[in-house]
Unconditional design. Sequence first.
Length: 222
Amino acid sequence: MEQVFTEAVDRLNRERRRLQALAQTATASGAFDPDGHAAMGRALSYVVMGGVLERLMRDLPRALATDIAALKLPRSKLPLGLVAALEASAFRRCGDDSVHSLLARAAVLQGALLHQNDVRMVEDFSDALRLADGSTVGQKNFEALWVILNLPGEWRNAPNDVFLLKEIKEKRNDIAHWEDDPVNVGRSKRPSALIGMVEQVVSLLDHVLLNLCYWFEERLST
């Protein structure tokens, strides 16, 4: 699991170095860029940050599933949120008012009541867990991780992490779908401000990884 976060942070640190070089070049030249080449370079940072977060959310379920299965835990050690994700097919059968759906709902509730005594071993469940749904990653993806694993505290590392993810998501989509000229997006942000955003994303990922490590330690100790 740590490898997934290491790769994400490495990519973000590379982006930070690129922005630092961009800032130094702009300071050295001191010339206005009428065609917005430098601004386009700054706008790219939103694409990089958004892409890194999407890759993380795509890779994390398999990494979690692999590490949890390796612990050979009984299902009773899993939080109900994660069990609900594993039982996606059972929940899909509950979707209407038919007798079959009524029976499916009863089975789901019965399974929840008996969860503490479920001694079945956890197997690879990566195909049943989706943290990336094709849309740009934002607050909901981190909230889902916290709910599914019943992690303590908040997913946020800093009070403005909500606004950080919102800005990355909106600006990345604006650039990708040409809702706004990338030159305008790049000119709206100084390299130093973008570097600060990259560093804030790194701190957020460090916070998430730390909570996941504590989650694993708790299951190993009980």
